[in-house]
Design a protein around this ligand. Structure first.
Ligand SMILES: N[C@@H](CCC(=O)N[C@@H](CS)C(=O)NCC(=O)O)C(=O)O
Length: 216
């Protein structure tokens, strides 16, 4: 196998964070854009749990987004920022908080109709509480830990983007998260984000391979 294969779905926040790590490291992959209601057999053979992203390497398969980021970080220094031990621990805790609690409430807020008796306002306010706490640690800067992007940014901003998308006017008018709103805008306007949101045709077995990252 010449290049790793990345099964991905453009709008999936987990796939986004994996694509960002691969993009920052410049690791060339064959990108296979999938639809979640029609997953390719080869993807399911590689990873029967059926979630994206899946990175198929010559000798192993990595099917958790955080593991893909850590695999990239093993060999590539993709972040300039030097975090203190305290910041690294905080980042680890926050990534866990977003993967578990924030995502739980986000789904019940954004996709309320998929859940029985979901109290949209309650889940919206639980997410906001997490964001207001996050606001407290952000300096007035482009990224969460300052002027340089870090693992925390690529890991949680795709979820905060989703939270905003549920009701952008409401999100943008909220007070008490101004520094976070600024970081999110910076993220959405960044070349990195634009590059990883490139639109690919859905992969089919006989498709010509397409490659990631886009270099321009
Ligand atoms: N813990 C996994 C979660 C990945 C995940 O849940 N991805 C969603 C898409 S955003 C998925 O593939 N869901 C399967 C489905 O909807 O069938 C990771 O971090 O990679």
């Amino acid at each position: 196998m010449k290049y790793p294969i990345l099964y991905s779905f453009k709008r999936c926040p987990y796939a986004m964070r994996a694509r960002m790590a691969l993009q920052l490291a410049g690791i060339k992959c064959e990108l296979r854009e999938v639809r979640l209601n029609n997953k390719p057999d080869h993807m399911l053979e590689a990873s029967p749990k059926g979630t994206v992203p899946v990175l198929v390497l010559g000798d192993k398969v990595i099917d958790e987004s955080n593991d893909i980021i850590n695999w990239v970080l093993n060999d590539h220094k993709i972040f300039e920022v030097n975090l203190s031990d305290e910041q690294s621990n905080l980042a680890k805790d926050l990534i866990e908080l977003f993967d578990e609690k924030f995502k739980f409430h986000l789904d019940r807020y954004k996709y309320a109709t998929r859940y029985e008796n979901s109290d949209t306002e309650l889940h919206q306010s639980k997410c906001m509480q997490i964001l207001k706490n996050l606001e407290k640690i952000i300096p007035k800067s482009n990224w969460i830990f300052g002027e340089d992007i870090s693992k925390l940014d690529i890991s949680i901003l795709p979820f905060i983007r989703q939270f905003r998308i549920a009701n952008p006017e409401w999100f943008d008018s909220q007070e008490g998260i101004e520094k976070l709103q600024n970081v999110l805008n910076n993220f959405l306007e960044s070349k990195l984000f634009k590059d990883i949101m490139h639109v690919y045709d859905v992969w089919k077995k006989d498709s010509e391979p397409v490659f990631f990252p886009i270099t321009n």
